[in-house]
Design a binder for this molecule. Sequence first.
Ligand SMILES: Cc1cc2nc3c(=O)[nH]c(=O)nc-3n(C[C@H](O)[C@H](O)[C@H](O)COP(=O)(O)OP(=O)(O)OC[C@H]3O[C@@H](n4cnc5c(N)ncnc54)[C@H](O)[C@@H]3O)c2cc1C
Length: 472
Amino acid sequence: MTAIVPVRRAMREHDNTALVEASRNHEEVVPVHIVDESFFSEHTLGYPRVRFWSESLKKLKKGMGDGKDLVVRRGEPLEELQRLVDEVEADKLYYNREYTPYAKKRDSRIEESLDISVESFKDSVMFEKKEILTNSGTPYKVYTYYKKKWFKNTKRKPQEVEDYKTPELESVEIPGPEEMGFEMPDEMEWVWDASRDAGLERMEEFKDLILDYDRDRDYAWKDATSRLSPHLKFGTVSPREVFWEAERVKARNQDSDISGIETWQEELAWRDYYFQILWNYPHEVEEPFMDKYRGNEPDWDSRDQTPEKWNAWVEGKTGYPFVDAGMRQLKETGWMHNRLRMVVTNFSCKDLWLEWRDVHEYFSKMFVDAEISAMVGGIQWSYSIGTDAQPYFRVFNPTSQAEDYDPDGNYIRKWVPELEDVPDKYIHEPWKMPEEVQRNCGVEIGKDYPDRIVNYDEERKRSVERFEKIEN
Ligand SMILES: Cc1cc2nc3c(=O)[nH]c(=O)nc-3n(C[C@H](O)[C@H](O)[C@H](O)COP(=O)(O)OP(=O)(O)OC[C@H]3O[C@@H](n4cnc5c(N)ncnc54)[C@H](O)[C@@H]3O)c2cc1C
């Protein structure tokens, strides 16, 4: 009796629900990863994500114990699975459910067409689909109420995989990003270790920071958040593992203030919240989540309509140092701090009026942790068109955001090094520097660092007016 387990985004053996179930019921199990080339050509992907994918797969394969293997094939998923079923005379396929439109389509074809029994499992989230509903039985559209039930509901513990054997089978090399057509961007430095060990180590480190998470998480220059997002995206660690690790810290600190731990666990609830939104309201990928803006959107400017604004934003050269620091952190590392993700998308919307779909495409290329659910959720939140979104009249002031969350300019100085010697007084508003100060600190505004490309006060008013045209 042989089972097949497609490994897609749970790049681990431990607590890989489909693999655990297969190993409980079969002595022979074939974990298989199918490289679907059409996925690479039809979706917007980028180097950081593809490299993390490739390296996490390689590390998974290398780390498998004696007699086990991760088989890798290239082709169309259904065809390759059917071929494998015939090859090993498999009698069952176990897979972990996923929630994106692409995965939904792929998996329903597998369910319908494969000529063996197929069973699927919840794995990459704590709660999925319609597990958490309002009292009237509809999916939540407001996070706060969703969160209450999320915390109350019983959560499963991580599970051990049983011993199994993999028959010897043909397997292709795992392609690297270059082979799939992705070159490392010039300014990027690869700072990620895509192994499960690295994910677990980071969780260990983060356990020393988690009690202060609620106090420190918005301070972009601090090492105060888990940075586990790519590991959770690719499943080198499972959400259950990290949730229960946090519970253990709670248990050890019963006499302390544990609000930091709970605030962090709330982020895992946000993660699930956006996954259930994507599953229940998939239109949000193409259109605004909010009904009133569907087919009736503000008239955003595409990047081709306003290339100067677009390029300045992407390059981190808007003249607003906090915004620029965020965009440069992204370019250089493939990751951006959450506070900055909010600041730069508020800015792209309400100060630059850039089309959110272009922003989505750019982030999809650049983020190592790119996840449609959280990304569309986050962008549409900032653009005031999403689920539980920021009201349209709330416009982040990029200067006061910087003063609040990077008061001494540490984050700015790290990512915008040309501003390193700018005095504290001007670090958030360098365009106000008198010429003499510019000379003294070696930064000529407009030459060494750009003058601000828009005036925040004017743009804020314009943006509110543009939204009001639709609102009224
Ligand atoms: C415009 C925008 C785009 C975003 N795009 C993505 C994305 O593509 N992929 C992604 O994983 N997150 C995205 N987020 C959410 C959040 O910014 C990142 O999850 C977080 O910055 C990752 O850092 P961390 O691992 O240190 O998070 P921590 O603060 O340590 O949080 C722990 C985990 O919870 C999850 N999480 C945290 N915040 C959120 C959130 N707001 N929504 C959903 N899940 C969350 C992540 O898996 C994260 O690793 C986006 C947010 C915004 C505003």
